[in-house]
Design a protein around this ligand. Structure first.
Ligand code: IMP
Ligand code: MG
Length: 179
């Protein structure tokens, strides 16, 4: 994949170090509670797998898949559930695990949807936050890295369903988009 990449923004080592820090914080915040991690497919697969292993308490894990209607690479905020939770989250402590928050529209819809099910709490953990996310009223408790407004791939993030398996986060060379 080397020739397809432009630059590395977050290395594998930096991701690992940050996840240990976030894991420590989450372990402390949820000490003695019964936490449910909700991963958003497919992008959050990597962060979910690594974050869960950075935690020292026996959390539960469940998954949702959602699709935002909207043209091309922009999110519209109108969301459809492709795969719902198997867990009843009433009175549960829920932590949504995300790969990236860009416009934040998908996530603010998701938070509203989960809140309507009567959980004890709903918080958000994202590996990457981009600056557009500041425009939407979203309280993000755990953030891996703040990055500039660039299209990124790797560590779960795709371009046309590819590059999710890069162990780091980076940008693609212009020729990739011209294919
Ligand atoms: P939103 O704009 O915050 O609603 O983001 C919606 C979804 O778009 C995210 O969950 C990602 O799947 C995808 N996305 C946003 N920014 C990027 C990016 O830079 N690379 C790859 N996917 C992205
Ligand atoms: Mg996502």
């Amino acid at each position: 994949m080397g020739e397809d990449l432009e630059k590395v923004l977050v290395t594998e080592e930096e991701i690992k170090t940050r996840l240990v820090e976030l894991g420590t914080q989450i372990d402390a915040d949820y000490a003695g509670r019964d936490l449910l991690l909700v991963g958003v497919l497919k992008g959050a697969v990597m962060v979910m797998a690594d974050l869960a292993r950075a935690l020292h308490s026996p959390v539960s894990m469940d998954w949702m898949a959602v699709s935002s209607y909207g043209a091309g690479t922009t999110s519209s905020g109108v969301v459809r559930i492709l795969k719902d939770l198997e867990t009843d989250i009433k009175d549960r402590d829920v932590l949504i695990v995300e790969d990236v928050i860009d416009s934040g529209l998908t996530l603010s819809w998701l938070v509203g949807n989960l809140r309507s099910r009567g959980p004890k709490s709903v918080e958000i953990c994202t590996m990457i936050r981009k600056p557009l996310a500041f425009d939407v009223d979203l309280d993000v408790k755990y953030i891996g890295f703040d990055l500039p407004n660039e299209f990124i791939v790797g560590y779960g993030l795709d371009y046309a369903e590819k590059y999710r398996n890069l162990p780091f986060i980076g940008t693609l060379a212009p020729h990739v988009y011209e294919k």
